[in-house]
Design a protein around this ligand. Structure first.
Ligand code: GRG
Length: 303
């Protein structure tokens, strides 16, 4: 996807990611000290402080800075987002769900601490997330905080993350249509990412127009991520044909290239990228630089 639509702002994206990631890790470390009862806190810290990419908190901070807010305004909700994301991963890995042994390069929480503790760790992180927001935002207008909490809780409940997971579990072993696949993707992944960006802008003091633009950017990004994923599936599977004897990497699932053809899918991805960048054009280019780079990264990633 052409990069000539990106504004020419010198910006070290990798350095930004490393710097913000470290700040988030330091805050998370402080928020969950090893205290009594030791086992639950040890288990919470084990998953929370494992090497996640911190995509959600970084998006939240970048969005807060986009509208002119200081990083510190977004940090409590950024940490809460990582706690909720981690809780969902721990529950997703349980034997009653995906039954995974490894996560973030380590044995999963239930493998190390047992299933009952892993369920409680998820519960505790979810609860702590909202406690942390409520206790650390007294310097921000209650109206902004309540709106951000409403956004976040909607994104993860039975109309959001939980809905996506439910649909995913129910579609196991069945052929899934593009509409169903899109529903799962939007609810399991895109809604929380949208909440990260919208909450960041709300905490940073963004006005209605700012929030609307950020939301549109977030929706384009969510869709772009999926379209690029599907295109990569096709290109990877044709590259690997012959190498992976008989393995159907495209499988039976509905995908954008299947539905509209590979060329149109690529054109669609390019249009989404242009639209997302268009939403950012409204903001100060220096403040928008991290989110320009996020769009560019998602559009041009190779795996
Ligand atoms: C506890 C709120 C709550 C919900 C429970 C289990 C469940 C409902 C939802 C699971 C949803 C799920 C597993 C979504 C997958 C999201 C996703 C894209 C994960 C990978 O995220 P990365 O790549 O991972 O950002 P890291 O490890 O880098 O953070």
């Amino acid at each position: 996807i052409s990069q000539d639509k990106l504004p020419l702002v010198t910006f070290q994206f990798e350095e930004y990611l490393v710097m913000k990631g470290k700040q988030v890790n330091n805050s998370l470390d402080e928020v969950v000290p090893l205290r009594h009862p030791i086992k639950i806190h040890e288990a919470m810290r084990s998953s929370l402080l494992a090497s996640g990419k911190r995509v959600r908190p970084i998006l939240c901070i970048a969005s807060c800075e986009l509208v002119g807010g200081d990083e510190s305004l977004a940090m409590p909700i950024a940490c809460a987002l990582e706690m909720i994301h981690t809780a969902s991963l721990i529950h997703d890995d349980l034997p009653c769900m995906d039954n995974d042994d490894l996560r973030r390069g380590k044995p999963t929480n239930h493998k190390v601490f047992g299933e009952a503790t892993a369920v409680l760790v998820g519960d505790a992180l979810l609860s702590l997330a909202f406690e942390h927001i409520a206790s650390n935002t007294r310097n921000i207008s209650p109206d902004r905080v309540v709106r951000a909490i409403a956004e976040l809780s909607t994104a993860i409940g039975s109309q959001g993350l939980v809905a996506g997971q439910m649909m995913d579990l129910e579609s196991e072993g069945k052929e899934v249509s593009l509409t169903e696949l899109e529903y799962i993707h939007v609810h399991k992944t895109a809604k929380l990412l949208e909440a990260c960006l919208v909450c960041g802008a709300k905490m940073g003091g963004g006005n209605t127009t700012d929030i609307e633009k950020v939301r549109k950017y977030a929706r384009c990004m969510g869709l772009l991520f999926q379209v690029v994923d599907d295109i990569l599936d096709v290109t990877k599977s044709s590259e690997e044909l012959g190498k992976t004897a008989g393995k159907d990497l495209v499988s039976n699932k509905g995908t954008y290239p299947k539905l509209m053809g590979i060329d149109k899918a690529k054109k669609f991805a390019s249009e989404l990228m242009i639209q997302a960048v268009g939403e950012l054009a409204y903001f100060d280019a220096t403040r928008a630089a991290p989110l320009y780079h996020v769009a560019n990264y998602i559009a041009n990633r190779e795996n």
